[in-house]
Design a protein around this ligand. Structure first.
Ligand code: AMP
Length: 564
């Protein structure tokens, strides 16, 4: 009953598990492929088809097909109607994950109930929650949601860890050998998202230093530039626009992607555009393609520079540059990395599989930690959700522990593997500022940051606020995430209320708000009215599918300026 690691990609998804020897292995889908197109078709009979066939059908029936749902994760709806229906990115992603689960069950001839799903490091809380919700709808127990670059780095570091362990097996109580830390940059450019993460890898210890990215930058944007170029050429020749017809557009988009891939291998190629019975055949060089897409590459370069600044490093202090994601096959990316970093990029990881492998390793690490907890063993590390919650475990965390400690789950692992897994440690940072909405003295709504972006996790921060009025009935703490100090430009993560407050409290009575962010990027918020020390019950409603600038109930806003 293995645990899955799933890389839920914008254009392709992949899954893996840890075999008995502890090596990550990709699980082929029902069609025998390493990756599954993240495409969903709703056919005439109401049947749902995911993957290769759906991608093929997109050519003939684009109105029945949903692609790139991940790009819209966090939004309530997919941007266009599919088969005449309004669908959510969560439900579309759930259909992809369900196929992955079912294919894995068929391949491994066993039921799967637990999985670690990866997300871009730059996904905000709303998008993370939406991804977890999609996993649950797909019938999976979501063990954890981890960042794609961290997963890739884990897959990379794990190779060395296994090799070292084969030479000198880990034993309970033995400390791993001290290994000098290597500062590693992970550059991850996939089909729809881009992440860049800086880590320090010292043997079994992976520490994220900083992360930056763009959740709307990926191979798809390179395709679209080429698509428009090819369409313009057609218009020039025939005064008719293939973009006006959904079927021609879909064909052209696929042709553009194919042309892009050929240009990764060759310096020049030909392309053909068909529309309304007319044909245009053209040529394009790699140099032209690079010029067409220059601004996209520049966007990724500027994020690279941002991450090095945030990590307070210079390029000469970077030891390794790891590349992952299908779009790093474009020579322009590797050339830019060479130029900017002054290093030869390390392309030894499989761009399509590394993230799923890292997720599978993380799932096994979580299970190893849970089994140690169940056995009452001393805590060697706290990698996953169940391990890292502050205080007592919640019912959900207890339920996850039951999945992770199910008899037989780890029985097939070779001797010593559990001990090894328990010694691997990953430490993350949060990608965005986290704060609360406060009402200032001049009645403005502003965000006060409790945890700034790129803070090492886990972290716990307490800040004192004051009530806004005499004899206030309740306090509502609105939790937001984002770069701005303006609440409507941030993501509403959730809210918690102390209700009712003790009667007769004067204005500016202290309210202590504590943010505890665990290593998996999960936030726990506590609000305590400090005058009487008795705190009302507090519940956090974290929203799946939260949207930027979501309407808020202004009347509920009762927290005033922070007390200095
Ligand atoms: P991923 O999400 O990591 O699977 O990456 C998928 C993206 O990689 C898609 O946009 C593909 O078009 C792109 N890709 C795959 N192979 C190549 C290639 N040989 N050259 C350029 N882009 C590629």
């Amino acid at each position: 009953m293995p645990l899955l690691g799933i890389d839920l990609g914008t254009t392709f998804s992949a899954m893996a598990y840890l075999d008995a020897n502890g090596s990550p292995a990709t699980i082929l889908n029902a069609e025998g492929e390493l990756t599954t197109p993240s495409v969903v078709l709703f056919d005439e009979d109401g049947e749902v088809i995911v993957g290769r066939e759906a991608r093929r059908a997109a050519l003939a029936e684009p109105g029945r097909v949903a692609e790139c749902a991940k790009r819209h994760m966090g939004d309530p709806y997919y941007p266009r109607l599919i088969n005449g229906k309004r669908l959510s990115p969560i439900s579309l992603s759930a259909l992809i994950l369900k196929k992955m689960r079912q294919d894995a069950e068929r391949r491994l001839e066993t039921s799967i109930d637990g999985a670690v799903i990866t997300v871009p490091a730059y996904f905000d809380e709303g998008r993370r929650q939406a991804t977890a919700e999609a996993g649950r709808l797909a019938g999976l127990k979501v063990i954890d949601i981890i960042n794609e670059p961290t997963a890739a780095a884990l897959a990379y570091a794990y190779r060395g860890i296994l090799k070292e362990n084969d030479a000198k097996p880990a034993q309970a109580g033995n400390k791993p050998a001290e290994t000098p830390a290597r500062t590693t940059l992970v550059y991850d450019l996939g089909g729809g998202t881009f992440d860049v993460t800086m880590l320090q890898i010292a043997g079994r210890d992976l520490r994220v230093l900083a992360t930056a990215g763009d959740v709307r930058l990926g191979g798809r944007d390179w395709d679209e530039r080429l698509f428009n170029h090819m369409a313009d050429q057609f218009v020039h020749a025939h005064q008719d626009d293939p973009r006006d017809d959904p079927v021609s557009s879909q064909n052209l988009l696929l042709a553009a992607e194919e042309t892009k891939k050929v240009l990764s291998q060759r310096k020049q190629t030909t392309f053909v555009v068909n529309h309304a019975g007319k044909t245009f055949s053209g040529e394009i060089t790699r140099q032209q393609f690079d010029a067409l897409t220059e601004s996209l590459l520049y966007r990724s370069e500027s994020r690279l520079n941002r991450v090095i600044k945030q990590a307070e490093l210079t390029w000469d202090r970077i030891d390794d540059v790891l590349v992952v994601g299908g779009s790093t096959r474009m020579p322009q990316v590797i050339e830019m990395l060479r130029r900017v970093t002054g290093k030869e990029p390390n392309c030894t990881l499989s761009p399509d599989e590394a993230v799923a492998h890292g997720a599978a390793i993380h799932a096994a690490i979580c299970a190893a930690a849970a089994s140690a907890r169940a056995a009452g063993a001393p805590k060697l590390q706290e990698p996953g959700v169940a391990a890292s919650a502050p205080g007592a475990q919640s019912p959900e965390e207890k339920e996850l522990d039951l999945v992770l400690t199910r008899p037989g789950l780890l029985a097939s692992f070779k001797r010593g593997l559990l001990t090894l897994l328990r010694t691997i440690r990953t430490t993350n940072v949060n990608a965005y500022n986290l704060g609360v909405v406060v009402t200032t003295a001049d009645k403005q709504q502003r965000v006060t940051i409790l945890i700034p972006s790129n803070t090492q996790l886990p972290v716990s921060v307490k800040k004192r606020f004051g009530t806004a009025a005499d004899n206030q009935a309740a306090v509502t703490v609105r939790i937001v995430e984002g770069e701005s100090r303006v609440p409507d430009e941030c993501i509403a993560v959730g809210a918690c209320s102390i209700e009712p407050l003790p009667r007769g409290l004067p204005r500016n009575s202290p309210v202590d708000v504590t943010f505890t962010y665990d290593n998996s990027g999960r936030l726990h918020v506590e609000a305590i009215e400090a005058t009487y020390g008795n705190w009302a019950s507090v519940a956090i409603q974290r929203q799946a599918g939260a949207t930027r600038g979501a309407p808020v109930n202004e009347d509920a806003e009762v927290v005033a300026t922070p007390v200095s």
